[in-house]
Design a binder for this molecule. Structure first.
Ligand code: ADP
Ligand code: ZN
Ligand code: ZN
Length: 754
């Protein structure tokens, strides 16, 4: 650089726009940095760099969004310090997704970047090679202790993940003592077993087959033809495959995937949580073998990284995975399938709060690909869009086996009680179980509560044992003789003593899966019973072992939570019992009916899938409830019409958009006051613009108590999701972040259209 140019106070050079880690929402933007001459050859969009930020010498990680030749004033602009990545891990498509996430979920740029990048790249780490041994993960507990930056970076890196201590030390450049301290503080826990909770390769062995072996039925063929034509249109399209349980939706999209691959394009298959669909993953892997990469949260970092590399190197052209796999670095996507598209697990529960469907749409749009949503119980949102012609609707109305759907009997538990049966099982269900045992047929029992007793209470003073963090009733677990909180994982040894008055007269009640297992074993001493829930599937290989041996008829009865309700295909199951379904109808938000309808339809659909007829018993205290009646008839259309009418009248999605703002504080009053203040801020913002239709409700308390020691209050906004509306929320959030009334509060907002 020569003197006379500098004298003009302007230079021309490469300027990078960089998203900076740790920027708060209120000042989050793409910051300009000069690319120093010696780094010009290596800085490019999609790579991580370190940059000076704020006053002092602090260096932060950043993601380069663009590099452009520009005129600049040297005095007012800083330089990029270092380049972290050798390769650009974010493609232009992904950088655009990050911008979309920021705009639509009110997160920061870097938060969006972290969510798109594979976990191993979230901190300063590069792709590691180490094998794993001692495994740690987050406990979900929080602490009021002040954490060091190193401790924080470890917690960040472990978000939604497991990793070995060695991996973590390498990734975050910390010594193992940092990890040890975090374990002592109760923030991390060590897993007893190796990290791969689910081994797709192994599970796939029993399903090895060839796509060309699939012969579709006429009905499947018709759906397939429509879909392949949509794909061949070469335009971004969206279709909804609504097929009853056992109709063979999986066969349709395997065949479709096979054909898409033949054209040289790639495919992305999304399934709900691994625990809900281990069999589906195994079936896919069985068909596509090494051409398929599997990504889910139970993988170790090194396994995940291995799969990530195979995808980037085009060695795997199919990705099967859970929610985060929607960001898989596939090129040239031909089709994205979302199986069981109505599942809640497709919604991210932390910032950025996106829905997989929305990301998939963005990607299909970019790649001119086909988006295929599939379910026996589609979301209200998708079915509505199919009704008005936004999606192409395809229906499968017959079971592959040619059998009818199972007969469902609603059992009135009030009547059982008046007849002197105070137990968990109706006479009808017991009789059915007995018959099945005699005939060598299998049965499923669904109860969506794990543990033994669901609460413990003092006979003397009435106190219910509660979680000190969450204020929610603790569940008694027989194995280990302890009381656990199902929200935060808090565990305390069972003392059989009231924590309030000290009385020794404590009584436990309520029913969880452990208790059901015990009671069934007592009733049917010779029956071979398998329990599948979060407690029994903690260890390596538990899914494959459990479902594998059930499939081999090594068990007569499988008791479980919703992980046994969906996606499973066992032809010898002819009886399903559903216990205590009533609670689920009143789950707290507007999705309660939709979810209950779906759960019943799905679990009932596990019965009678082979050549024998199936049946199901639905035990309830409200036998006349129309949702239960419709679910018993497996009448999706009937349910949709009823539910749509209600949502239209009360104005809920899909007839409006729902934006939720949440304010958390350790002090309840602080949360309430701030939530009210937030409503005021929104109202002020609305005055600044020409009127838009909007309804602001709340604040309402979220959940029964505080979660993890924080009280959560929500403001619910019925609106139309438009740039103008998002502008209002964006500015309101920024104001709140700098407003004294929000001191010690966390404020966030997101859209919740399921
Ligand atoms: P869904 O996902 O619609 O509930 P599945 O795809 O699991 O149904 O199919 C139900 C059963 O029928 C499975 O055992 C599956 O292997 C079998 N099946 C479905 N379609 C075919 C086909 N075209 N050829 C052979 N078997 C099929
Ligand atoms: Zn708790
Ligand atoms: Zn007491």
């Amino acid at each position: 650089m020569s003197m006379n140019i500098q004298e003009l106070h302007k230079l021309t050079g490469k300027i990078a726009l960089v998203a900076v880690e740790k920027a708060l929402y209120s000042y989050d933007l793409l910051y300009s940095y000069v690319v120093p001459y010696e780094l010009e050859a290596v800085v490019s969009a999609g790579k991580r760099v370190t940059v000076p930020f704020g006053f002092g010498k602090r260096k932060l990680n950043g993601m380069v969004f663009s590099v452009e030749e520009k005129e600049y004033e040297p005095a007012s602009i800083k330089k990029i310090s270092e380049v972290i990545d050798d390769d650009a891990y974010m493609t232009p498509e992904m950088l655009n997704l990050a911008i979309w996430l920021k705009e639509n979920t009110f997160c920061t740029y870097y938060n969006a970047v972290r969510c798109i990048l594979p976990p191993v790249l979230r901190n300063t780490g590069k792709l590691p090679k180490d094998k794993t041994e001692k495994i740690v993960r987050l406990t979900g507990n929080e602490t009021e202790d002040k954490l060091t930056p190193k401790q924080k970076s470890v917690l960040d890196a472990l978000e939604n993940n497991t990793a070995s201590v060695k991996e973590i030390c390498y990734l975050c450049s910390v010594s193992s003592s940092v990890v040890t301290t975090l374990i002592k503080k109760g923030l991390l826990e060590e897993l007893v077993q190796a990290p791969t909770l689910y081994d797709a390769d192994k599970a796939a062995q029993i399903y090895r087959r060839d796509v060309s072996d699939i012969i579709l039925t006429d009905e499947q063929e018709a759906a397939f033809n429509s879909l392949i034509n949509l794909f061949k249109s070469g335009e971004a399209r969206c279709a909804l495959l609504h097929g009853i349980t056992g109709s063979g939706k999986t066969s349709v999209f395997i065949k479709l995937t096979g054909d898409v691959l033949k054209t040289g394009k790639s495919a992305l298959i999304l399934v709900p949580e691994i625990s809900l669909t281990p069999q589906t993953i195994a079936i896919f892997k069985g068909f596509f073998g090494d051409n398929a990469a599997v990504i889910h949260s139970g993988l170790s970092m090194s396994k995940r990284t291995e799969e990530y590399k195979r995808i980037r190197a085009h060695q795997a052209k199919i990705v099967i995975g859970t929610r985060s796999a929607v960001f898989a670095p596939l090129d040239n996507i031909g089709i994205i399938v979302i199986d069981e598209e109505g599942e809640q697990t497709y919604k991210s529960e932390r910032s950025p709060r996106y829905h997989v469907r929305d990301i998939a749409k963005q990607r299909c749009f970019k790649h001119n690909a086909l988006l295929l949503l599939a379910s026996a119980t589609p979301s209200m949102d998708s079915y509505q869009k199919a009704q008005i012609g936004k999606y192409t609707l395809l229906e499968l109305t017959n079971r592959y086996s040619g059998n009818n759907l199972p007969s469902v009997y609603i059992v009135d538990m009030k009547l059982e009680r008046t007849m002197g049966n105070n137990g968990n099982f109706s006479e009808a269900l017991l009789k059915g179980l007995r018959q099945n045992l005699e005939n060598g047929e299998q049965s499923l029992i669904l109860l969506n509560r794990r543990g033994y007793y669901t609460y413990v209470c003092c006979v003397a003073c009435g106190e219910v044992a509660k979680c000190p963090n969450c204020g929610i009733a603790l569940t008694y677990h027989k194995t280990g003789d302890n009381l656990c909180c199902h929200y935060c994982g808090f565990i305390q040894y069972n003392t059989n003593k009231c924590g309030k008055c000290g009385s020794r007269f404590v009584r436990s009640d309520g029913t969880g899966t452990q208790r059901v297992e015990d009671e069934l074993q007592e009733l049917f001493p010779t029956a071979r019973i398998l329990r599948m829930d979060a407690d029994t599937t903690m260890t390596k290989g538990a899914y494959e072992r459990g479902f594998g041996s059930f499939g081999n008829n090594e068990y007569d009865i499988m008791v479980g939570t919703q992980m046994i309700a969906k996606g499973l295909d066992f032809p010898n199951v002819t009886l399903v019992g559903i216990l205590l379904i009533d609670n689920s109808l009143y789950a707290g938000d507007y999705l309660g009916y939709e979810q209950t309808f779906s759960l019943i339809t799905q679990v009932v659909g596990r019965s009678g899938r082979g050549d024998k007829k199936g049946r199901a018993f639905l035990q309830t205290f409200t036998p006349d409830h129309y949702v239960l009646r419709l679910a018993a008839r497996q009448d999706y259309r009937g349910f949709f019409d009823e539910e749509a009418a209600i949502r239209k009248t009360l104005l809920f999605p899909p007839f409006c958009d729902l934006c939720i703002a949440e304010i958390c504080n350790v002090i309840e009053k602080g949360a309430v006051e701030a939530a009210k203040a937030f409503i005021n801020i929104i109202e002020e913002e609305l005055k600044q613009i020409s009127p838009i239709p909007i309804r602001v409700l709340g604040p309402v308390k979220n959940g029964a108590g505080s979660i993890n020691g924080r009280f959560r209050y929500r403001v619910i906004i019925k609106c139309r999701n438009s740039p103008v509306f998002r502008g209002v929320i964006k500015r309101s959030l920024i104001k709140a972040h700098t407003d004294k009334r929000f001191e010690h509060c966390r404020v966030g907002a997101w859209f919740d259209n399921s």
